[in-house]
Design a protein around this ligand. Structure first.
Ligand code: GUN
Length: 300
């Protein structure tokens, strides 16, 4: 069997165009333009690339994009003051503080200083608690993107066996809660899981989010299962020439694609969905802030 390839680039473009349509209506009917503020501390090259791309796509869907670029040695007090100002700005509906922060800044403290209703990353402890108790919240972008692709593929996820490999706060744990919310039977597996291959072999849905290049081989996959690969790992690619690198996921794509029913590639799978869902969350936050219903199909 050869797996159907789930095209995250196309899926994300579709999500962004739905967001853009809602933004047009928000402006025309209510005179509201969603505003997304991104705070970047320091000059981490990967973070700079992310922030640039977020800014460009935010403007493309018709939203206002505000960037605060702060010096690497910004104090915690000054950073908290910036967040406080954004919390109190009615033109700002979503706030994202780019992670990782420099070591002298307490990430938990900073994230929990964001107004929960503007926490479009879904990282604030209140949003984590709301998600854990099945109440509406801002949901972390990457797991939300995976959920959208899985719902689109299966229709209903009810009763399916899902195995999430990885237990991070950003992907693994919220992913498991979202799948549980859609009535999957969910296992969270990790590096200490006993008989990991057998655990993964039971799954109708495998979400790999461990951050280890090509860790899941095809012979761990039940024939016909859907494989969602969250990993983005840069590894040496000597076959492409000396010093060349390539991006690979957490699953071994070539062997998994032989067995799976459907699979997300790397790059071009889950990756593009993260920013698309950030924009969807910003739209949701804007609607909620104005007493309007959250956009259907763009939330958990
Ligand atoms: N750094 C890498 N990805 C993310 C993300 O999704 N949100 C934030 N805040 N920082 C990141």
């Amino acid at each position: 069997m050869s797996a159907q390839i789930i095209d995250g680039k196309e899926f994300a473009a579709n999500v962004r165009s739905q967001v853009a349509e809602h933004v047009v209506r928000l402006k025309a009917d209510h005179g509201i333009t969603p505003g997304l503020a991104v705070v970047l501390v320091g000059e981490d090259p990967a973070s700079q690339v992310y922030v640039r791309s977020k800014g460009k796509l935010t403007v493309e869907v018709g939203m206002n994009s505000i960037e605060h670029k702060l010096d690497i040695d910004t104090s915690e007090t000054d950073l908290l003051a910036v967040v406080d100002q954004l919390n109190n700005d009615p033109a700002i509906h979503g706030i994202l503080v780019q992670l990782p922060l420099p070591k002298h800044l307490n990430e938990d403290l900073v994230i929990n200083s964001i107004a929960p209703a503007k926490d479009v990353d879904g990282f604030h402890i209140s949003n984590v608690g709301l998600l854990g108790t099945g109440q509406s919240s801002m949901v972390p972008c990457t797991p939300l993107g995976c959920l959208m692709m899985l719902r689109d593929h299966f229709g209903s996820l009810s009763g399916l066996d899902a195995v999430v490999v990885g237990r991070s706060n950003i992907v693994g744990k919220p992913m498991a809660l979202l799948l549980l919310g859609d009535s999957c039977t969910v296992t969270i597996a990790h590096s200490r899981t006993k008989d990991l291959p057998d655990v993964v072999r039971r799954a109708d849905i495998v979400v790999a989010a461990v951050g280890r290049p090509e860790m899941v081989p095809g012979d761990w996959i039940k024939p016909g299962a859907v494989v969602v690969d969250v990993g983005i790992n840069r590894i040496a690619a000597p076959e492409r020439g000396e010093g060349k690198m390539k991006l690979v996921g957490d699953v071994d794509y070539a062997s998994c694609a032989q067995v799976a029913g459907a699979i997300t590639p790397v790059p071009g799978g889950v990756g593009p969905m993260t920013i698309a869902c950030l924009l969807a969350n910003t739209l949701t936050a804007t609607c909620r802030a104005n007493g309007l219903p959250a956009p259907e199909g763009l939330t958990a």
